[in-house]
Design a protein around this ligand. Structure first.
Ligand code: FAD
Length: 478
């Protein structure tokens, strides 16, 4: 049986993996390969939290392959050079992979495809990551969409026949003696002797295909019931928490949709299921935007912001935001959740992003970079979209006058303060009514929460007025 390389990237699963299945369907023996080449994704190489996730995910994939008779070959270096070396070592006749949509990856993959074909090898790519590829839906004028609702209305109609494939039961072993690095050789984990800042993550997460499937089942048994309301409440597991698994391709959106459709949902739950599908739609929309507007990871999508008067960041204030020491409890709770778990609830992401871009008026890139390094689900399409939406600079952004008031958001979505107390133990002794805006209860705080900042790092009301003036001055009100 001739060999084919199956080049794994962010499709770290065996079920519904079109590249793997295509190699098998062609009658070839797949050699599963992962090549670590972070610099090829520059300037968006995986951040620190992504790297520790990837480390575990690769180990899980290797274990799943071994359980089927195969194993994961790990290499490090230039992707094309390593693929060529592996072709020489295995006699492979083709290389199969699943597509990525970030600009640097698209350029790299085109280069690899051309070079492999020039060598007379097969080079085949597939869609494993999206429900709808970015070029598959267009407006009536043949343009990419810039607004979510019409995009999703159109894209949603294409989801008629979603049939994910099962994982192969057995796989042939790669050629004997084929060299592979140890997972430790990729340098994804903090080196020995350095603080293991990720230690707290793993009571929240189980990277890998089995972990993803377990979360999906838990979601369908639990949080999907009432998702429309519960998804806004950060104190509970009211969402699927599938984002890192989707990012690394440990589960495909097709599998999620097929599982949702397979359920016999009572009428009252259908709206919850539809709402959840719409969130997957936002993920699709982010990828649609990034593919058609590849500059969106660095530059404002809305050109009216080209000369916007962002404030020069004060390093001390930026550090206070990052570390959850702004004196605004909902913001601080979110930033500490992020630091402790590598994830932050969506509602709180919006509040912390609004605080940075509107109250502090710092360029959204400062926030996007911190999230990039600290989120286990850091995803160029979703992160750029989330930040541009929050800053009001995106294609389909929040209107410029939407400046979240963190105290109002806390009173509405964390009314008993359970979320704030969990992440800010120094406030645990305050009564519920003081948690949203402790500076309004200065005397109480001095006594009961002496370790928390007495005042916010920026006056919320004055900074809101200043942001409104700056935004309307930028023509955003037009
Ligand atoms: P669920 O509510 O269970 O949703 C299911 C899936 O739908 C998610 O796993 C995700 O893949 C997708 N999804 C949900 N909401 C959104 C959204 N608003 N935009 C795009 N996709 C969405 N999401 C990331 O995956 N990576 C990021 O780097 C990222 N950065 C963000 C930055 C900011 C400033 C903001 C406001 C949002 C960001 N999001 C990002 C979107 C969103 O916060 C997360 O996808 C969501 O919180 C993940 O939790 P979940 O899996 O429980 O979501």
């Amino acid at each position: 049986m001739a060999h084919a390389l199956v080049w794994f990237r962010r499709d770290l699963r065996l079920a519904d993996n079109p590249a793997l299945l295509a190699a098998l369907d062609a009658g070839l023996a797949p050699v599963p390969v992962y090549i670590h080449a972070p610099e090829e994704e520059s300037p968006w190489e995986p951040g620190a939290a992504s790297r520790v996730w990837l480390d575990r995910s690769l180990r899980a994939l290797d274990a799943d392959l071994r359980a089927r008779g195969s194993r994961l070959i790990l290499r490090r270096g230039d992707s094309l050079a390593e693929l060529e070396r592996l072709v020489a070592e295995t006699g492979a006749v083709s290389v199969y992979w699943n597509r990525l949509y970030e600009p640097a990856c698209i350029a790299r993959d085109r280069r690899v495809e051309r070079a492999l074909r020039a060598l007379g090898l097969g080079a085949e790519s597939h869609n494993a990551a999206l429900l709808i590829e970015p070029w598959a839906v267009k407006t009536g004028q043949g343009e990419p969409y810039r607004v979510f609702t019409p995009f999703w209305r159109k894209a949603r109609q294409t989801l008629v026949d979603v049939r994910p494939a099962d994982a192969p039961v057995r796989l042939p072993a790669p050629p004997e003696g084929l060299a592979s690095l140890e997972a430790d050789g990729l340098g994804l984990r903090p080196p020995p002797g350095q603080p293991r800042w990720d230690r707290g993550f793993w009571s929240f997460w189980t990277p890998g295909e089995a972990g993803a499937q377990d979360l999906l089942e838990a979601f369908l048994d639990g949080a999907v019931h009432g998702y429309r309301e519960q998804r806004n409440l950060p104190d509970r597991v009211g969402t699927s928490r599938l984002s890192p698994h989707l990012h690394f391709g440990e589960i495909s959106p097709r599998q999620v949709v097929a599982r949702l459709r397979g359920g016999e949902w009572p009428a009252e739950l259908r709206q919850d299921v539809e709402h959840f599908l719409g969130e997957l739609g936002w993920r699709e929309f982010g990828h649609h935007l990034l593919f058609h507007f590849p500059h969106m990871a660095q530059e404002n999508l809305d050109p009216r912001f080209r000369r916007f008067a962002w404030a020069e960041p004060d390093p001390a204030l930026l550090a206070a935001w990052r570390r959850g020491r702004t004196g605004v409890p909902l913001v601080d709770a979110g930033m500490r959740e992020l630091w402790a778990t590598g994830w932050m609830h969506n509602r709180v992401r919006m509040v912390t992003a609004s605080f940075l871009t509107k109250n502090l008026r710092y360029h959204w890139r400062h926030g996007a970079e911190w999230f990039w390094n600290t989120l286990v689900d850091a995803d160029l399409a979703n992160n750029s979209q989330g930040w541009q939406w929050s800053a009001g600079t995106g294609a389909d952004a929040a209107p410029y006058f939407r400046i979240f008031s963190p105290p109002a958001q806390a009173r509405k979505f964390d009314p008993r303060g359970a979320y704030i107390r969990r992440w800010l133990p120094e406030l645990a002794g305050l009564p519920d009514e003081a948690l949203a805006a402790p500076w309004e209860h200065a005397e109480l705080c001095r006594r009961l929460a002496p370790d928390y900042p007495l005042r916010p790092i920026v006056d919320l009301k004055a900074s809101r007025e200043a942001a409104l003036a700056a935004y309307s001055g930028a023509g955003a009100a037009a």
